[in-house]
Structures are given as C-alpha cells and as structure tokens.
Design a protein around this ligand. Structure first.
Ligand code: GLU
Length: 304
C-alpha cells in the first residue's frame, strides 16, 4: 500500500476564513488518521494577486489551529524551472498549442478557477492554426498563450466525498490554458507538476474545483504520472447562502485570533460541521480518531 501524502495548498491572495480552515482540517485529519504526511505548498504563481503578508498570516493561522505539516512550506514561485521543463515536454509532444485569443480569459488562468468562473467552452479557434509560437506572434502582433488539447469524452474519477464523478472537459471549458501570454504558468499546470513531483496521493479541496479535476487528470496522463485520489468538500456559505470569500475578508481567522477567540472553540465548531461529536472546546489531535469520511455532509455547510 502506498503511504498517504496530502498537501495544504493555500493561495496567499487574502486572509484565511472558516471555510479554508474547514477544508484544511478535513485534509489534515484524513492524513493523520492514515499515518500520512502533510506537505504545505504555497500557491503563489499568480504574482499580481499574491502577497507575502498573507503567507505569514496563513502560517500563523495554521499554527494557531494546530494543523502541523511535515514538509514545506514549498513556494510555487520557486519552482518555475520545473514547470518550464514540463512545459517543454508538452510542446514537444504536441499536447499544447499556441493561442492568441482573448487576453482576459487567458489572464484568469493563473488563479485556481472556481465553479462560477467557468465561462463558455473555448471554441478551438487556434487549434492547428500556428506551427510555432513565433508564427502566432507574427500573425497576432503579440505573444501567444498555450492551451492543452482536450479530446471529447468523459473523464471519470471516484471522489472520496462525492462518489463517482464523470465530466466531459471538452464541454466544460474545452482546451484550457497552461501558460499565459506573459509567460505565467497556469494553476492547472503548476498543480499537476507539483502533485506529481511531491508524490501527493490525496487531494482534498473545495468542490468549486471539481471542474478542474478532469483537466488535471488529463495532464497527469499526458505526463505519464498517476493522478492522486480526490476528495471535494462542499463549500461553506454564510447565512445568505453566499460562498465565504478571502477577498471580502469573511469569517477571517486572523481577526478571530486577534479578538482572543479560543482556537479550541473554533475547532469544535468546525468538527461538528464535519459530523464529529465535539465538546465546546477541543484540541485538534482529539479529532483524529473520531473523523469519518462517511459522516461528512454532502451538501453546502452554513457557518456564519
Ligand atoms: N490554491 C488553491 C486555492 O487556494 C487550491 C488548489 C488545489 O487545492 O488544487 O484555492
């Protein structure tokens, strides 16, 4: 049996909220229960949106909750040479092609997309249009982005929370961007390269990333790596049904910490939302043996 390895993968684009903490907690409990390792990976390739102060605050929040890690923090911004190598392999294999379509769409690729960001499928305008990146640059007067060729068909996977999921990525998004015109590697590429290089066996994350999973599986296949197992956790919403957002500073963990709220009571509340019986205050270690994937609610969780 392969030892479980999981990752906490925050993007330092804002302060962490209760929903982030809940996903990290589930991830951590699953790993610790299996005697596995936790890698902390800071997803900071989207330089325009990431800030160093958010990295520090995130590490403080994790320590406050007692969510320990065994390796890292590993910064994606320090791994560009690895992405470059994989990118060259994909070019060589003809798995990706240069594309000069809308800048806006392409600029959005660096950040992890969310379910409601999924626009219409890319129509394939630049597929087989240019032999090389230079041809594309000459034709468009600017540098191209790069897209991965998505063949039609379902890409099924067995999700630890959602069960069998089968989506056809050629219908939800189509050929997706792996590198933008300014050279920035896209979230999809960086995540797959890292999950493979770090030997990640379980990916636990919010269910807003479900549409990304078939794309990542296709990239793993193109690179000859085995995709990890996935567990997509339903999102946390506020009393109005709005998804908690880092950008809006919702249910900010740092503010709770600064206000003197006890981490044990936050953990207890999160634990109950995961189907674990918990007293008013708990230490995170007490939850390891009590956690059960099967008791995790399958629908959205309200925490405000
Ligand atoms: N860094 C992403 C986020 O904070 C998570 C990506 C992933 O788990 O694959 O939304």
């Amino acid at each position: 049996m392969i030892a479980v390895r999981t990752r906490l993968a925050p993007s330092p684009t804002g302060t962490l909220h209760l929903g982030n903490a809940r996903t990290f907690l589930i991830n951590w409990l699953g790993a610790r229960q299996a005697g596995g390792a936790v890698v902390l990976r800071i997803e900071d390739i989207d330089r325009a949106r990431c800030r160093r102060e958010y990295v520090e605050r995130c590490l403080d929040d994790l320590r406050w909750l007692g969510l320990t890690w065994d390796e890292g923090p590993i910064f994606q911004s320090a791994r560009l040479a690895s992405y470059e190598q994989v990118f060259a392999r994909l070019v060589e294999a003809g798995a990706i092609y240069p594309c000069v379509c809308t800048r806006k769409e392409i600029a959005a690729a660096a950040s992890a997309p969310h379910a409601d960001d999924e626009g219409p499928s890319y129509p394939g305008t630049c597929r087989d249009r240019f032999a090389t990146a230079d041809d594309a640059t000459r034709a468009a007067g600017r540098r191209p982005a790069w897209r991965f060729r998505v063949a039609p068909g379902e890409v099924p996977f067995d999700d630890l929370v959602l069960g069998r999921v089968a989506l056809d990525p050629s219908r939800t998004g189509g050929d997706f961007v792996v590198r933008s015109f300014d050279g920035t590697f896209a979230y999809q590429l960086a995540v797959v390269v890292d999950d493979a290089a770090m030997g990640i066996t379980e990916v636990v994350r919010g269910d807003d990333l479900v549409p990304s999973t078939p794309r990542q599986i296709l990239l793993h296949h193109a690179l000859g790596s085995t995709p990890p197992r996935f567990a997509h956790v339903p999102l946390v919403v506020d009393a109005e049904g709005r998804r908690l957002s880092k950008r809006h500073g919702d249910a900010d963990l740092g503010l709770m910490r600064a206000a003197g709220i006890d981490a044990g009571s936050v953990l207890a509340r999160l634990a109950r939302s995961c189907g674990i019986d918990a007293d008013a205050r708990v230490a995170v270690e007490e939850l390891i043996s009590r956690f059960e994937w099967s008791r995790l609610p399958r629908s959205r969780v309200v925490l405000d």
